[in-house]
Design a protein around this ligand. Structure first.
Ligand code: 13P
Length: 269
């Protein structure tokens, strides 16, 4: 039986003070929940103090990205060792927003501008390998654009992103890898992927893991769904065979909402 995993991706939200307030309230609300893995991923600026605030709670800390070197002349980047130093267990890798793939068009953040800084299949793979090497657990994201879905390419996109990200990762290391299916068109749009379809694509992700590592590893791999997960749609999603939890943006910014998601996952466990 896979343990459900709910991760809050705060994205570019929360000052130190706001984040501390959020996790204080959240920690009280989810205290005692042992059958769900719970993590929050604040922005880099808040990791250290939030890590402190999470001590003696059942909530783990994660980061939203990292670089594939231990140290050096990489201006603006952060190493896995630095993330572990402030208490991180997890790191989100290959999020569509880091790949420059957006569900909501933004005239100030065009694909052309953002990809200069962004991830691609090759960097996601390098980061995943290095995270594992350094003892951080990657949450590796995949997902299709609306145009790719409309062209009937959803499965092909997801399979190719997963295969690229996992290249060189061993079956043993897969125990520390979480996969997240996040259809880009459902991120921050309020448009959730229907539970049956989300489950189907998470099933495609699992089949890809079967192909690469065999059934045993695939049955143990945690696969999250992400994209407008809210308290009012979590029950349908978490009930599905291939959905083991959520990678949650907007609803992780309010303690009561994220706690409700954790409790929904707990009732399935
Ligand atoms: P929303 O829950 O705000 O749609 O964001 C999902 C997401 O991208 C989490 O990583």
């Amino acid at each position: 039986m896979r343990k459900p995993f709910m991760t809050g991706n705060w994205k570019m939200n929360k000052t130190v003070g706001e984040g501390a307030e959020l996790v204080k309230a959240l920690a009280d609300m989810v205290w005692g929940v042992e059958d769900v893995t719970i993590a929050v991923c604040p922005p880099f600026t808040a990791l250290q103090p939030i890590g402190q605030a999470l001590r003696n709670t059942n909530i783990a800390l994660g980061a939203q990205g990292m670089f594939w070197k231990t140290e050096g002349a990489y201006t603006g980047e952060v190493s896995p060792g630095m993330l572990k130093d402030v208490g991180c267990t997890y790191v989100i890798l290959g999020h569509s927003e880091r790949r420059g793939r957006f569900g909501v068009p933004d005239k100030d953040v065009t694909e052309e501008l953002i990809t200069v800084f962004g991830d691609n299949d090759a960097t996601v793979n390098k980061k995943a390998l290095f995270a594992l090497d350094q003892g951080l657990k990657p949450i590796v994201c995949c997902g299709e654009l609306l145009s790719e879905r409309q062209a009937g390419n959803t499965d092909a996109v997801v399979v190719s992103q997963i295969k690229a990200a996992l290249q060189g990762i061993t079956a043993e290391q897969m125990a520390d890898v979480t996969l997240a299916y996040e259809p880009v068109w459902a991120i921050g749009t309020g448009e959730v992927c229907e539970a049956d379809e989300a489950d189907r694509v998470c099933g495609v992700v699992r089949s890809t893991v079967v192909e690469l590592y065999g059934d045993c590893v695939a049955q143990a791999t945690i696969i999250q769904y992400g994209g407008s997960v809210k308290p009012d749609n979590i029950a349908g999603l978490i009930a599905k065979e291939n959905i083991d939890g959520g990678l949650v943006g907007g609803a992780s910014l309010k303690a009561a909402d994220f706690a409700a998601l954790v409790k929904a996952a707990s009732s399935r466990a």
